[in-house]
Design a protein around this ligand. Sequence first.
Ligand code: E4P
Length: 226
Amino acid sequence: MRFFIDTAEVSEVRTADELGLVDGVTTNPSLVASSGREYRDVVAELDEFVDGPISVEVIATEAEEMLVEAREYDTWGDDIAVKFPMTREGMTALSQATAEGIDSNVTLVFSANQALLAAKNGATFVSPFLGRLDDIGSDGVELVREIREIYDVHGFDTEILAASIRHPSHVKAVAKVGADVATLPPSVLDQLFDHPKTDEGLAAFLDDWGDRESPAVRELQGADDD
Ligand code: E4P
């Protein structure tokens, strides 16, 4: 399963990239607005080092205007996925974008039937919003499982991009039900590392080792002395 980073803060993507864990980035209008930067500048900077798709979302609500945006955003980087909302206008624009070879990500997906529509129109990615479904007492992970089943039964290539992830349990759950990608807020990626037994175990190893040098350092010092 690939990890995308769900942020418009370039420094956060760099930090995750240094960990070797960035397969792409997702942005949305809210994230870019809170960064206080121009959308194009954020994407240009990400495009310099991100090895994978960068999702850029249309702002328009009419299909023709969405397509104007999509064609422009598609020039902003080597691997752009244009985000279209799951609306009738969004699906009209998606159909044409697919015909033009523009990669896409259908966003604000809350039902299996919506995911079916996105796949039928050739979406590259579909983004079910787990956290927002959980917020209203529904089951976001179950939605991912249903979409996986439908796509597998019918052989759709559209990749399932689990979005609106709020905590590490979501990551494990969508990995188990077969999401192709999870887009993680940097804070959730950070939480995936943590386990008190890891900290406790490492502290004990280092305590037992005491103030001896590392064997590698000793080897290097020996080589220097020769
Ligand atoms: C990603 O593509 C989505 O825009 C994002 O995951 C939404 O997350 P939120 O529901 O926490 O805003």
